[in-house]
Design a protein around this ligand. Structure first.
Ligand code: F6P
Length: 359
């Protein structure tokens, strides 16, 4: 029997019908979805196409590029540069913004993306993804670098694709967060996860604890309390996950809740966190907040952080509202000198693990 399913195009037409501007936004998101289908196909081929391993080039972040970083960047550019919908693009893989070739018309949108987030996982066959953000450029002039430096609250659309056992596209145009699964047989994204909602409460956190000694005291306090579980001030056990692929962590949080943290640390003092503000942190923050969660730098709303550079990094704490609020409170208490760091029973007076006992 034929069942009527909502395709991505139908969904976007319904959500964005009206002005030429919103029709153009829908058309741009359809182009992005086409790029994502192409990326999904090359990612699924793995080593068959010789796309695993590393190149000898490094990107603007100083990270060694993978063949798929370069290829997926090219796929995003070529699917979106020709249609008269974007005024300019910026990517993790390019130092400067990409100017639309002279033979094509320019549109009113700026597209910013990380074409293959978590690419260190590609050789391991672990889920990776594409993250994108859409901003408005209201000028007939070609955009300058400064035009890309807009706060996250100005995004008109954001999303990610996750290339896992199935490929999903999760997006928002400011009216909730919705997930579409790629039906490979017919080549369409089908609405399978309407109105995703992040539960307010959670007992699951995600952070790279190998950086613990570099964190600020409020983060150390929060994670120490989670690890103490029932025996600590939280009086309940927590579970921890770390996939080292932001799309996979955010996807888990959108499906069952949790809190994801890549905080400021002193590992590289000249960098404020690890994740890039404009094309990683901001789009994920918009998706989480549209699903009822919260996104913070630890000291304020992530979506209000003013970018100063294209590839700027930012501390990211996002997910279930109550946990993000708690972490913000710990930062504020610490800044005011009013915090009460938790000392795990493992390190208390009578513990064999206390530093002097081990000396
Ligand atoms: O560069 C982004 C990223 O790969 C994220 O997808 C992921 O959350 C993080 O970096 C992993 O960082 P680390 O290697 O420090 O665990």
């Amino acid at each position: 029997m034929f069942t009527r399913r909502t395709t991505l195009s139908k969904f976007l037409i319904e959500q964005l019908k009206g002005s030429k501007e919103s029709n153009d936004l829908a058309a741009l998101l359809v182009d992005v979805a086409a790029a994502i289908k192409a990326i999904s196909a090359v990612a699924a081929k793995g080593a068959l196409e010789g796309n695993t391993g590393s190149l000898e080039t490094v990107n603007v972040q100083g990270e060694t590029q993978k063949p798929l970083d370069v290829l997926t960047n090219e796929i995003m550019l070529r699917h979106c540069d020709w249609g008269g919908l974007v005024a300019g693009m910026a990517s993790e893989e390019m130092e400067e913004p990409f100017a639309i070739p002279a033979e094509y018309e320019r549109g009113r949108y700026l597209l910013l993306f990380d074409p293959l987030d978590g690419s260190s996982n590609i050789d391991l066959n672990v889920a990776v993804g594409t993250i994108f953000s859409v901003l408005v450029h209201d000028s007939a002039q070609p955009p300058q670098l400064q035009d890309f430096l807009q706060i996250g609250k100005k995004q008109v659309a954001a999303g990610y694709a996750i290339y896992g056992p199935s490929t999903l596209l999760v997006l928002t145009v400011g009216r909730g967060t919705h997930g579409f699964t790629l039906d490979r047989e017919i080549g369409n994204f089908i609405l399978t996860h309407p109105n995703l909602s992040v539960p307010n409460e959670t007992s699951e956190f995600a952070i790279n604890t190998s950086n613990e000694r570099f964190w600020e005291p409020p983060m150390q306090r929060y994670v120490e309390e989670c690890k103490a579980g029932k025996t600590g001030p939280r009086e309940r056990d927590f579970n921890m996950r770390w996939i080292a692929s932001m799309v996979a962590e955010v996807h888990r949080i959108l499906i069952r809740g949790g809190v994801f943290m890549y905080p400021r640390d002193s590992k590289a003092p000249n960098k404020s966190g690890r994740l890039r503000l404009l094309y990683e942190a901001n789009p994920m923050a918009m998706l989480i907040e549209q699903a009822g969660g919260l996104a913070s730098t630890g000291r304020g709303c992530l979506l209000e952080k003013q970018p100063e550079q294209l590839h700027q990094r930012a501390p990211v704490i996002l997910g279930s509202r109550c946990e993000v609020e708690r972490i913000e409170r710990y930062h504020h208490e610490y800044d005011k000198g009013e915090d009460q760091p938790f000392v795990s029973p493992l390190f208390n007076e009578r513990s064999l693990f206390r530093p002097e006992a081990r000396a």
